[in-house]
Design a protein around this ligand. Structure first.
Ligand code: FAD
Length: 480
């Protein structure tokens, strides 16, 4: 008699390489039914945003093709994970579900519901390491507490990540005698057909194949420029791996392993230093997962409780002006346009625009986080929460609140010639670099020559920097 199939419950792990649940399922020599379930959104806007939905739809198609190439099939369903898994196990006479762990609060809650359900019907559930180098509970301070400061976390993690070994991709996946019914990707309604979606996706190809290609070309061609180039938003020297890592089309262990294999063949100190800088960023990602796992309330509440008394000045109009890229600060508007048009924004500019929203405009960081979550193709609850709380000064190891970015100086430092601004705010492109980050200070004739009428072709600054700085410091002093 043929053995009963294993249900491989997939979420943010649509990949063959270094997929622990898939690897172990294949090792059993039993048929495998890969199932993706589109669940109704969780509370507090934890569900996928619009940009990620579009990305994910393409990712599902890509993974379905990959599985087909391996003689398998992706079964797509929608509904609550418990209901669907109950139905699929019954339909396929399976008693076993394998899955990779997912550390977001709502997903953990779902996992425990699935576990209770399977136990109640005598089924077996096996979970495996998710998209991390290290499980969030595998590392703690000497006092047995979760880490809240990055550097000690970074040091502590070093020994564990010396020689990671990703799981190989399976060559063949055994099919069941009969496949359960499946929806199509279109049935899930992740794409709305808006022009915004297709123009945004012109910048990307989702899926595991392209994730691997992007990683390889980064390691081969860009890594050496990473330490100096990673803070210059007009330069393409960061990896742009974030959407692939966020959606689990690429595992961090695979990235680290590829980097380590490359380093074996070099003794060049510059390459080794560049690799260290890059690994540090991957560890920030681990730190974010660690924090979210241990402090799940931080998606909405400040980690530093002092900030729960912060006098935000919530104004929907100000939030909208920021979202619409009309602040009048070119580096901020350029970043927000890059986000809107490509679903991605350079890290340096993420810090600048986030700081502008929470400090210059005193808008709650949660509003900014929600906008990012909706518009980023790499939206990731852990990284986004960490990033926003860091900028707001309320998070782990956060930027000191009193260090308030001056958007003009930030622009002049990291976009010296205004290349980034000129690309995303072309209406300023004829302005000499000297004025590109402060057009309101440019002489009249320069503005005229550049075809700019402030307040008409490009906005006046929505708030004065000195006033905003003092207001933010006063707000901070009130909670000190
Ligand atoms: P690289 O510089 O090539 O770094 C490699 C990888 O390391 C990234 O793909 C990412 O997975 C990780 N990484 C890099 N920087 C950080 C960081 N500061 N924190 C955590 N992980 C990092 N990143 C997301 O993936 N999703 C988000 O929703 C997100 N929201 C953010 C919000 C704010 C306000 C800020 C300041 C940062 C946010 N980041 C987020 C972190 C960072 O900006 C992006 O990961 C990075 O810009 C992605 O580009 P890259 O892949 O080229 O990065």
């Amino acid at each position: 008699m043929p053995s009963s199939p294993i249900i491989l419950w997939l979420r943010n792990d649509l990949r063959l390489l270094d997929n622990p649940a898939l690897f172990h399922a294949v090792q059993t020599n039993r048929p495998i039914i890969p199932v993706y379930i589109e669940q109704p959104g969780g509370p507090n806007n934890w569900s996928r945003g619009s940009a990620s939905n579009v990305w994910f739809a393409q990712s599902l198609r890509s993974f379905a093709n990959t599985l087909q190439g391996h003689g398998s099939k992706l079964i797509i369903r929608s509904g609550s994970a418990t209901e669907v898994l109950r139905a699929v196990t019954q339909e396929s006479q399976s008693d076993t579900v394998f899955f990779n762990r997912y550390y977001e609060p709502y997903e953990r809650h779902t996992e425990s519901k699935v576990e209770s359900l399977l136990q109640s019907v005598g089924g077996k559930l096996q979970s495996f390491r998710g998209n991390v180098l290290l499980e969030p509970w595998e590392i703690q301070t000497r006092n047995g507490q979760p880490y809240k400061v990055f550097t000690p976390f970074y040091k502590a993690i070093q020994t564990t990540i010396q020689a990671v070994q990703p799981y190989p991709a399976p060559t063949q996946i055994i099919s069941p005698d009969q496949w359960p019914n499946s929806l199509t990707v279109e049935d899930l309604g992740l794409e709305t057909g808006l022009e915004w979606e297709s123009s945004m996706m012109q910048h990307w190809i989702s899926g595991e194949d392209h994730a691997l290609k992007t990683m390889e070309s980064f390691l081969r061609e860009k890594l050496e420029n990473y330490p100096d180039g990673r803070d210059i938003p007009s330069r393409p020297f960061t990896s742009t791996l974030s959407p692939y890592l966020s959606h689990g089309e690429l595992s961090p262990r695979k990235v680290l392993h590829s980097l380590q294999s490359m380093l074996v063949e070099t003794s060049d100190p510059a390459t080794i230093a560049a690799a260290e800088t890059f690994v540090r960023q991957l560890i920030w990602r681990e730190f974010a997962v660690h924090l979210l796992y241990h402090f799940p309330h931080t998606t909405e509440q400040p980690l530093n409780e002092k900030f729960s008394r912060f006098p935000w000045n919530s104004k929907p109009d100000d939030l909208r002006t920021w979202q619409r890229c009309e602040t009048g600060y070119p580096i901020v508007d350029a970043g927000m346009r890059q986000l809107w048009q490509t679903g991605w924004m350079h890290n340096r500019v993420r810090m600048i625009v986030a700081s502008f929203l929470v400090k210059h405009l005193l808008q709650p960081w949660q509003d900014g986080a929600r906008w990012f979550r909706d518009t980023l193709v790499d939206a990731d609850l852990a990284n986004n929460t960490l990033g926003w709380q860091w900028v707001a000064g309320s998070g782990a190891d956060a930027a000191p609140y009193f260090r308030i970015f001056n958007p003009v100086l930030q622009g002049e430092k990291f976009d010296k010639d205004g290349e980034y601004v000129k690309k995303w705010v072309p209406e300023l492109s004829k302005l000499p670099s000297k004025w590109i980050h402060k057009p309101w200070q440019a002489p009249k004739e320069q503005l005229q020559y550049a075809g700019i009428t402030l307040g008409t072709t490009y906005p006046e600054p929505m708030v004065d920097h000195t006033f905003a700085r003092e207001r933010a410091l006063a707000a901070y002093n009130s909670i000190k």
